[in-house]
Design a protein around this ligand. Structure first.
Ligand code: TYD
Length: 427
């Protein structure tokens, strides 16, 4: 198996085509050349740009150099961020590092951009090195980059270069390391087959076994807090942020999350003015939440965790403990008992958004509508709030309090901190 795993960046770790193609099209337009088709622009992803401007647009070298200048102008300001890490790459890099492998990027892109991208998209903590071309090198030789990306004295027979274009495969062969071509990037099947890579991975999932690491088990992250604390907004932002960084996610919520449970949600969260629901007993309410959860765990949460995904869930068992156990005063033991079917899915991390209860309720009911639970009085809300605080003190390693005061951006910065602390340290 391999001790040294080198990755190409564009089309292998990141789906960067959008930013690259738009920047190339911008340069071509600035120089007054005829626009290229989308398929032609695809060819810009991976190889040195100068060569592409010359072969695809028929530019001479001085003009192509100007094109690279215009390209970089746009790429530097916006293009580098029109990018996302492929789903599943984040757990792959983490598993490789955890297995003690040497992991590096070897790209024909200027190292300056490659480092910035690796940092911004959260890959840097898992990498031993990021090797790219210099800004002035327009003919970057992949074999030389590969040699430079390896540590001194590395046994090349135990090294593999993973990439999506023929340049990566041919570079690997010239550098004397194994080649692994990926079929999900920008190289066509024909292009890759023609250069006969040692190994082929059709998707990110197959990279785990080909590189000799196990796919880590998924993890379960829940978002909790009193009504109006902003947790749903934070969860939506967190989902986008984690996906862009290459984590595979399932977003869900309680009560609900699957068809049966969404129907239960309609009953249990009916409007405060709904006469039919007004007579619902506290026990009935607690059992409906538990019923919804049992189905949700079975249909959505456990399958996603088994598939190695991160599950982000807006509320879970803690909500029943605080709202029904303490708010309705049914007691924590009763709630835990009726929720036994859900105990097989224990959250690995719970972010608890903490805010003054009056401010929170003001936010929650600003639109003038309150569900049955939001319409409860202040004493009830206070019991809920103090029950959350008690849970947090009782299980500090799982429940992390997040200060939910300030702007959405302020709170999101705290959310990001909590998530990176957890994901970068989790075994
Ligand atoms: P919430 O996440 O606030 O949904 P929305 O923002 O769409 O109104 O949750 C709905 C309500 O359900 C909230 O008042 C808390 C309550 N709830 C419980 O009382 N027990 C539970 O187990 C769950 C999951 C929610």
């Amino acid at each position: 198996m391999y001790d040294y795993v080198l990755f190409d960046l564009d089309g292998t770790l990141t789906r960067s085509g959008d930013g690259i193609k738009k920047s190339a099209a911008y340069a071509i337009a600035r120089l007054g050349y005829a626009p290229l088709s989308d398929a032609q622009l695809d060819k810009f992803v991976g190889p040195p740009l100068l060569e592409m401007f010359m072969t695809l647009c028929g530019m001479d070298e001085p003009t192509a150099l100007k094109a690279v200048g215009f390209y970089r102008e746009r790429f530097e300001s916006v293009g580098w961020r029109e990018n996302a890490v492929y789903p599943g790459i984040a757990p792959l890099l983490r598993a490789l590092r955890a297995a003690g492998k040497y992991v590096a990027i070897a790209t024909a892109k200027p190292e300056y951009f490659a480092v910035r991208i690796a940092e911004y998209f959260g890959m840097a903590p898992y990498l031993n090195a990021v090797t790219g071309a210099s800004m002035a090198d327009h003919h970057a030789d992949k074999a030389a980059l590969i040699a430079r990306a390896l540590p001194a004295g590395a046994d090349k027979r135990r090294a593999v270069m993973v990439g999506d274009r023929k340049f990566d495969v041919l570079g690997a062969k010239a550098a004397g390391v194994h080649s692994l071509a990926v079929g999900y990037g920008y190289g066509s099947r024909d292009e890759l087959e023609a250069c006969a890579p040692d190994l082929f991975a059709a998707d990110v999932s197959s990279l785990f076994s080909l590189l000799g690491v196990e796919r880590p088990r998924g993890c379960f992250i829940t978002f909790e807090g009193t009504d109006g604390c902003g947790k749903s907004t934070q969860m939506a932002l967190a989902a986008d942020w984690l996906s862009e960084r290459g984590w595979e996610l399932v977003r869900t919520r309680e009560p609900g999350g699957c068809p049966i449970s969404e129907r239960i949600r309609q009953i249990v969260l009916s409007d405060a003015s709904d006469a039919d629901a007004r007579g619902m007993t506290d026990e009935c309410e607690a059992l409906l939440f538990a019923a919804s959860r049992a189905q949700h765990v079975h249909d959505v949460i456990l399958p996603a965790l088994r598939a190695g995904k991160i599950v982000l869930c807006d509320r879970f068992l803690d909500s029943s403990i605080v709202y029904q156990g303490y708010g309705r005063e049914l007691g924590e033991d009763f709630i835990r008992q009726i929720n036994k079917p859900a105990l097989s899915a224990r959250p690995d991390l719970t972010l608890l958004y903490e805010i003054d209860e009056r401010e929170a309720l003001g936010r929650a009911t600003r639109d003038g509508h309150a569900d049955r639970i939001e319409a409860e009085g202040a004493a009830y809300q206070r019991r809920v709030q103090s029950a959350y605080a008690r849970l947090r003190d009782h299980e500090p390693e799982r429940l992390r309090g997040v200060d939910a005061t300030g702007t959405i951006e302020d709170v999101f910065a705290r959310t990001q901190k909590a998530l990176s602390d957890f994901l970068d340290t989790k075994e």
